[in-house]
Ligand binder design. Structure first.
Ligand code: SF4
Length: 109
């Protein structure tokens, strides 16, 4: 399920297609899945640490915010953080611009 309106379907589609390209450079590709898909705070912190050094974090974070994966840590954000960000963006008018702006703000904190 996506969080975006039908007018943003092309944006979501392009992000999904790009995912195939950046995933091969993901820092998590060799990590144990349970580190990224856990409710354990220590494992979530470990996953976020891996994300901090990931060269495709921006792409991953944009994908996660825009497409709302079912669960897990994406782009250095926990499931709870992603849900909060998505709720805030959903209330905005230009969802694509809001997603990009939010990714920039998170990465430059
Ligand atoms: S940012 Fe994190 S979850 Fe996303 S690809 Fe990189 S290591 Fe994996």
């Amino acid at each position: 399920m996506t969080m975006l309106s039908s007018s943003s379907e092309l944006y979501v589609k392009s992000l999904t297609e790009k995912k195939k390209e950046w995933q091969s450079d993901a820092a998590c590709k060799e990590a144990l899945p349970e580190v990224f898909f856990s409710d354990d705070e220590k494992l979530i912190a470990q996953a976020k640490l891996i994300c901090r050094g990931c060269e495709v974090r921006a792409e991953c974070l944009e994908y996660a915010i825009a497409t709302r994966p079912a669960n897990g840590v994406w782009g250095g954000m926990s499931e709870r953080q992603l849900s909060r960000i998505q709720r805030l963006i959903k209330s905005g008018r230009n969802e694509e611009a809001s997603v990009k702006k939010t990714v920039e703000e998170i990465l430059h904190k």
